[in-house]
Design a protein around this ligand. Sequence first.
Ligand SMILES: O=P(O)(O)OC[C@H]1O[C@H](OP(=O)(O)OP(=O)(O)O)[C@H](O)[C@@H]1O
Ligand SMILES: O=c1[nH]c(=O)c2nc[nH]c2[nH]1
Ligand SMILES: [Mg+2]
Length: 175
Amino acid sequence: MAGEAPELSAQERAGRPFPVSWDQFHRDCRALTWRLNEVGPFHAVIAITRGGLVPAAIVARELGVRVIDTVCIASYDHDKQGELQVLKGISEQAMKLGGGTGKGLLIVDDLVDTGKTGKLVREMLPDAHFATVYAKPKGRPLVDTFITEVSQDTWIFFPWDTALSYHPPLRDGAA
Ligand SMILES: O=P(O)(O)OC[C@H]1O[C@H](OP(=O)(O)OP(=O)(O)O)[C@H](O)[C@@H]1O
Ligand SMILES: O=c1[nH]c(=O)c2nc[nH]c2[nH]1
Ligand SMILES: [Mg+2]
């Protein structure tokens, strides 16, 4: 409608870009594992796909956990959050390992933002331990262990979503 402000995407609302390299991400995952090592042992890792697959692989490798399951949830179409869709639930086998409530299971995701995704998975596994690499303030209360907090108006750019490209010099107006 005329005069109405266009709807802003989450990324547009989040003014600050926070680009993360593969190196940095690997280091942050290792730091996360140091903390999780004090909390475990865990029977299995549950990765929230797709973003949780990368930290889950690194964390499981460091903790020596070989049982990895997925819960497949889609909510963001690039940077616009829509309805949460559970595309695949937690397997019966992983549920059994967690005694039906998630005890001794480790849920891993790349980040919590609004916390909607994390809340849904916590409801499936109320006794599991929930770990993310990054956390924004709204989602932070849902997470048991994380490494770096960024402000709510930050957009994290993960290495699997980005590519190296030309950046203009500062004197030409680059931020
Ligand atoms: O705390 P929230 O506001 O719910 O946002 C966090 C979720 O959003 C991203 O997933 P996304 O839905 O983009 O799917 P993807 O992991 O497949 O990229 C991210 O990987 C988290 O799972
Ligand atoms: O790549 C991403 N960066 C973010 O900051 C974010 N928040 C929700 N979903 C996200 N995806
Ligand atoms: Mg995700």
